[in-house]
Ligand binder design. Sequence first.
Ligand SMILES: *Cc1c(COP(=O)(O)O)cnc(C)c1O
Length: 392
Amino acid sequence: MTTPSTDPRAEPQAAPGTEPRPASLDVGAPRLEIDVSRIGHNARSLVERLGARGIGVTGVTKAALGSVDVANALLTAGVRGLGDSRIENIEVLRQAEITAMVTLIRTPMLSQVARVVEHANLSLNSEPVVLAGLSRAARERGVDHGVVLMVEMGDLREGILPGDLADAVRITLRLPNIDLVGIGTNLACRSGAVPDAKKMDELSALAEMVELAFGRRLDLVSGGNSANLSWALGTDDVGRINDLRLGEAILLGREPLHRQPVEGLHLDALTIVAEVIESKVKPSLPWGTLAQTAFGTAEMAVDHGPIPQAILAIGEQDVDPRGIEAAGITIVGASSDHLVVTSNELLPVGSEVRFRPNYSAALRAMTSPFVRRTLLPSAEVRPVDGAELPAA
Ligand SMILES: *Cc1c(COP(=O)(O)O)cnc(C)c1O
């Protein structure tokens, strides 16, 4: 087993001047390779195409664990600001002296309002009691805190029901040191409710209703996340929507509704690499009396006779095994620390297999203390988050 680093955020990021090392260098496995230039390309492409339609991009860093390098790539690509769901990640960005506008995109915990007004310019909100807490904390600090009120539009995650929006606006406008910047919604996360033209027209109409009723302009109407891209890139009329909060599409190059590639984006900015620790020809069927496995009931195996089977040193603790794929490799089982695969040829012990992760797998790899995260600016490999390179 690799030695886990403790909190991946506890150790400083590698300095920008870190010596470039060849990509072939063994930096340990399992690892998540992050190609920052591809992420930057994806962000720039989306910023340009959405910008032509009047929509700005909030670059979401949560799936990159608030990585400073990813954040800088997004900012260089022209995002209007950064968004993260965790105040801890936002604090890491601030410690790295990132001064860009940062939005906390999960409604703040009441217990964290002081940290939120200190480090985030804006937060997405849906609870009056939290707004009051933010107001008190902002007043104590002598700052103004920007607020976006989230509207529930059918996905049944966060948001104020549309019928209650006017009341929430009224409450918000009365709070000292709180600046109502706009409204927003989030779809296709919990229930898969699609952010289509109808929903977006409804959000635009709500923005106009608020403006009319309260006689003030809303600067920000944030339509949603990567799942809004099909709508945003396909419609002739974006209405009042002028912001999308994008994470997955930038990192993985796909829209999340049908996980189709977005034209012009890299699909391979993230790669998970695992090492072979056992490789043998084994029967394709288990034997003996069969009951439950470590993770429930095994899928019924099919008898193909003896087949090359390998174990990779990666498992549920590192990655979502259902969310990775590699050419020529069939995943036949996974437990906490073992990934069992078959292939046409025997894989040599010590060799590495490279997988393409989906969002779920990338997220788990990013947050597992066992997975090294290495940045690939073109041909260079260097560690992030405290992952250590072996001595040269
Ligand atoms: C995670 C999240 C996003 C980004 O979603 P992607 O699908 O990664 O683009 C946007 N808004 C909110 C509120 C989120 O929680």
